[in-house]
Design a protein around this ligand. Structure first.
Ligand code: 3SK
Length: 518
């Protein structure tokens, strides 16, 4: 196992560290966050986090190690609640804000969270859960004007909070990670992991520093966004911009022009969309921009080159995972090879392993990417078998296939399972197929990832209709609407091809690889 490069004291509380270091450094009056409603200094952030921690431990009666589920849009309440919980010894679970009521019901039940903090706009997906999930005691609405909402609750609390005496290896927070089959997995991270990602990737690779203004289009609930917009800026006392709305090119351009960030963090689909948009800024308009990053899915080479031409700044493409918390393979400023995920981030080691379990050492030979580093999650909650399969002694399996090219850069070459990464978020083809089959007209369905015109993967469905139903545009639109109604909207098949039958093995398993080649 790779020894950690950073000494962590004992006891250690991650939130107390990230908040307290800024006060000790005399940055209390400096702006920590700018959200859609205003600016918050480090003093104000610490006071708000302390009030949240006091509300959880006091008024809401949560004990050390209890969970609070957060479905919160990017605004000051996210870092305040996330850090306040951790400081109080409560374990926050930040969940994707784009999911359905069914997904949230599973996560609330699985985690046993006693309290859920939910942004007002997302409330319809949670309102029924308090009566349906016996362990969920309270729903707290963030960003609303209700008398029993978060604002009222925390305004009655003290702004002083003594940090819980936790240790570097204690559970700190969870994120849910999806797999191709079965339910999402509560991925348990420990207190030491946040600061390690900040020092290894945020500071050593990105060079983030106190005077930086940073803007992440990737949201805080996503491990990538959590590092970008919370851990990294707080680790050095920088200023982070938060945006609640969906990261459309227009919304992102507005923040870039208004706040002139030094660092911008995006995902490939967004970079491609921004470049295709007539409103895309030029280098002259974003004079402070020093670094751009990309993760979530492989950045097509052409997108990186066109961005560099237009903005004069490289995109540092990298790959991370929810399990490793942030990026462990990355390109570097001044050393970018587009079309690759770069080389290991200092502090991490990677290896490629073939199907027989042997390490692949030759260049150009593919294998499953496994990672060793100090930021790995320690387990999936309540899933011992899946935990054992992923968290090997000293190494964490990624499920991604890679090869190392002759220059030593790692090149993505697909998944070992059938999972798709769509705009940086995992989509299980099996889940989309089940939604299609739930439609009365569908006999069978198979879903695979197909590249769009920008070389970005999107779901495509092959559908066999039942006798009496005809293919055509109306049926395609109806099936797409049906899937959007059942699943998180980003999961719907962008293309549907009607076929007579699906390629299968002798045992009846769908041969998706044959469809990818169609
Ligand atoms: O998907 C990625 O590349 C990623 C990067 C950083 C953190 C988390 C993830 C999933």
């Amino acid at each position: 196992c790779t020894p950690p490069r950073i000494e962590i004291p004992d006891p250690y509380n991650a939130a107390d560290d990230l908040l307290g270091r800024n006060l000790v450094a005399g940055r209390g009056g400096k702006v920590a966050y700018i959200d859609d409603a205003g600016e918050y200094t480090y003093d104000q952030l610490v006071a708000r986090a302390n009030r949240c921690g006091n509300a959880l431990r006091g008024t809401l009666g949560l004990a050390r190690g209890d969970r609070v589920l957060m479905c919160v849009l990017d605004c000051i309440d996210f870092p305040a609640m996330f850090l306040g919980a951790i400081k109080a010894g409560v374990v926050p679970i930040a969940v994707n804000t784009l999911l359905t009521e069914r997904d949230y019901e599973y996560m609330v039940s699985d985690s046993g969270a006693r309290v859920a903090v939910v942004s007002q706009a997302l409330l319809p997906n949670f309102a029924a859960l308090v009566n349906r999930v016996p362990t969920l005691e309270r729903l707290i609405v963030a960003g609303g004007s209700d008398d029993d909402g978060l604002e009222t609750l925390i305004s009655a609390q003290s702004d002083q909070l003594e940090a819980a005496t936790t240790h570097a290896s204690d559970p700190c927070f969870w994120l849910y990670s999806s797999g191709s089959t079965g339910a999402p997995k509560g991925t348990v991270h420990i207190h030491a992991n946040l600061i390690h990602t900040a020092e290894l990737y945020g500071q050593e690779v990105l060079g983030i520093r106190e005077q930086d203004v940073v803007f992440s289009a990737a949201k805080l609930f996503f491990a990538y966004g959590l590092g970008n917009g919370l851990t990294f800026p707080l680790s050095v006392g920088a200023t982070a911009i938060l945006m609640a709305e969906r990261p459309t090119p227009d919304a992102v351009f507005k923040r870039l022009r208004e706040h002139q960030p030094d660092i911008f963090y995006g995902v490939p689909t967004l970079y491609a969309g921004m470049l295709a948009h007539t409103g895309c800024p030029t280098a002259g308009e974003l004079k402070r921009l020093r670094a751009c990053t990309s993760a979530g899915e492989a950045l097509p080479e052409g997108v990186g080159r066109r961005w560099k031409e237009r903005l004069g700044v490289d995109i540092l493409d990298g790959i991370g995972s929810t399990e490793m918390l942030h990026i462990f393979l990355s390109n570097r400023a001044g050393d970018v090879q587009y079309g690759t995920s770069g080389t290991p981030v200092p502090g991490y080691r990677v290896r490629l392993v073939d199907e027989g379990g042997d390490e692949v050492t030759a260049a150009e030979e593919p294998g499953e990417l496994q990672i060793s580093g100090p930021t790995s999650a320690v387990q999936y909650w309540n899933q011992p078998e899946k935990s054992r399969a992923t968290f090997l002694p000293g190494w964490t399996r990624s499920g991604d296939k890679y090869y190392r090219n002759r220059d030593g850069y790692y090149v993505y070459s697909g998944r070992s399972d059938d999972m798709l990464k769509v705009s940086g978020i995992y989509v299980s083809p099996i889940e989309v197929e089940s939604a299609l089959i739930a439609h009365e007209a569908v006999l069978e369905a198979a879903v695979v990832g197909i590249e769009d015109e920008e070389h970005l993967i999107k779901p495509k469905a092959f559908v066999v209709l039942k006798p009496g139903y005809g293919p055509g545009e109306a049926m395609r639109l109806e099936l797409q609407a049906h899937v959007k109604g059942m699943l998180a909207p980003y999961k719907y098949p962008r293309w549907i091809e009607f076929v007579e039958d699906l390629p299968k093995t002798a045992t009846g398993k769908i041969q998706r690889f044959k469809l990818r080649g169609v």
